[in-house]
Design a protein around this ligand. Structure first.
Ligand SMILES: [Zn+2]
Ligand SMILES: [Zn+2]
Length: 428
């Protein structure tokens, strides 16, 4: 019994000691709700692609300066970093919002429908906040306003990371969170928090998961070179088409026979295959490209090793030459287990226990993972679907009908602010 009682007392002692500023946060967050909505609508109407978030950055920087927050601009091209020093010494807590939009043409009929277009990779396209990063920026601008209103009582420093280019850019090797980390933004940080709006999760809900939560994403490129032959006499050549089909089927055994599926899923998808020109010619080359999704460094290493073995050994058995490239893009988003369990009471306090969902792993990826590789971090999902909506009929992220209900923004402002004051431990 003693063993049981002691941890319970410790847990309640910790959460009780951190609650002092929560009512003030709630009050201020409610007061600024209409401002947050206004900022978000303005950002939604004027979306900007990765590394081109000039108007967005200016809006953020102006707002932070108006609150007396120390601002650095042009971080990782178009990012903005704000420093809010509390009245008392303590840890540095970073809050992150990504700023970029996507090359998608909006189909929603909204008064604040996107008006922007751009050239993306040589193509004219509409630009849309089709992943909801406009809501992240507005929510973090709101949290900055809430936290700066109680600056004297904060025990530590808040670092606001407004990050460009989360969706990646085609014309730079390093961008977004990875570049911010390379520029040193995480050096003085003790913990980092972020959220993502979710178009298919009801307003009022928060989702989270401990450990690997979102996948690592890696690109796969395979070029097989055989020996061209007449289609009527395949024995005189080396057929890269047959070999490529063996490889595609072989890759699927990694997931069914090598990955421990009771722990985490993984995905290997061949998304394109090109080879050949007509019925009766066995071509010289076949090219395949695909995507790999894994959870955690250990699983990623295993899957990469098996891909390499299967591809090279099947090619060798067919007498074909192979060029295999695996390009690492974003690592897995791993929520630090100790930090996550420490912050669970914060999630419950912000949303109510019945609204906190323990999520299954998500095979999408997020470059928030680069921040988490430097310091412990927690990344949560925030509901953005109207109450009573059907997630199966609600447009997903990155689509022209993507839509976010504004009713969840205040919860976003509150939970980001709670993360700061709870982590700092206001009554120590
Ligand atoms: Zn996205
Ligand atoms: Zn996103």
């Amino acid at each position: 019994m003693k063993k049981l009682i002691i941890p319970l007392l410790l847990i309640s002692g910790v959460s009780f000691g951190q609650t002092k500023l929560r009512p003030a946060i709630d009050k201020k967050a409610n007061e600024i709700e209409s401002k947050v909505i206004e900022w978000r609508r303005d950002l939604h109407m004027h979306p900007e692609l990765g590394n081109q978030e000039f108007r967005t950055a200016k809006k953020i920087a102006d707002h932070l300066r108006s609150l007396g927050i120390e601002v650095t601009e042009e971080v990782a091209v178009t990012g903005v970093v704000g420093i809010l020093k509390g009245g008392k010494p303590g840890p540095t807590v970073a809050l992150r919002a990504d700023m970029d939009a996507l090359p998608v043409t909006e189909r929603n009929d909204l008064p604040f429908k996107s008006v922007n277009t751009a050239t993306y990779n040589g193509q004219e396209t509409g630009v849309m906040h089709a992943c909801g990063h406009d809501t992240h920026v507005a929510i973090l601008m709101g949290a900055a306003e809430v936290l700066s209103s109680m600056k004297d009582q904060l025990q530590g420093t808040v670092k606001f990371l407004f990050q460009p280019a989360e969706e990646g850019v085609y014309d730079a090797d390093i961008a977004g969170a990875e570049l911010m980390v390379a520029e040193g933004v995480m050096e003085d940080v003790d913990a980092v928090f972020g959220l993502h709006i979710a178009s298919q999760m009801e307003v009022g809900k928060i989702g989270y998961r401990s450990g690997p939560s979102l996948a690592a994403v890696d690109n796969l490129e395979i070029t097989l070179t055989g020996k061209q032959a007449h289609g009527a006499s395949p024995w005189s050549g080396v057929d890269p088409i047959v070999t490529s089909s063996q490889i595609i089927m072989g890759l699927q055994t990694i997931l069914s026979r090598n990955v421990n599926i009771t722990q985490n899923p993984a995905v290997v998808t061949v998304g394109a295959i090109h080879g050949g020109i007509r019925h009766n010619i066995i071509p010289e080359k076949v090219e395949m490209i695909g995507t790999i999704r894994t959870f955690g460094d250990e699983q990623q290493a295993l899957v990469h090793k098996r891909i390499t073995e299967i591809v090279t050994n099947i090619a060798e058995s067919a007498d074909a030459e192979v060029d295999l490239k695996i390009e690492k893009l974003y690592p897995s988003t791993v929520n630090d287990p100790a930090l996550t369990s420490k912050m669970e009471p914060t999630l419950t306090a912000a949303a109510g226990a019945e609204n906190v969902i323990y999520m299954t792993p998500v095979t999408g990826a997020e470059d928030f993972s680069f921040f988490q590789r430097e310091k412990p971090g927690l990344f949560i999902s925030l509901g953005g679907m109207k109450k009573g909506g059907d997630p199966t009929k609600t447009p997903s992220h990155h689509t022209p009908g993507f839509y976010i209900d504004e009713g969840g923004f205040t919860l976003g402002v509150r939970v980001m602010s709670y993360f700061v004051v709870d982590y700092m431990g206001q009554e120590k």
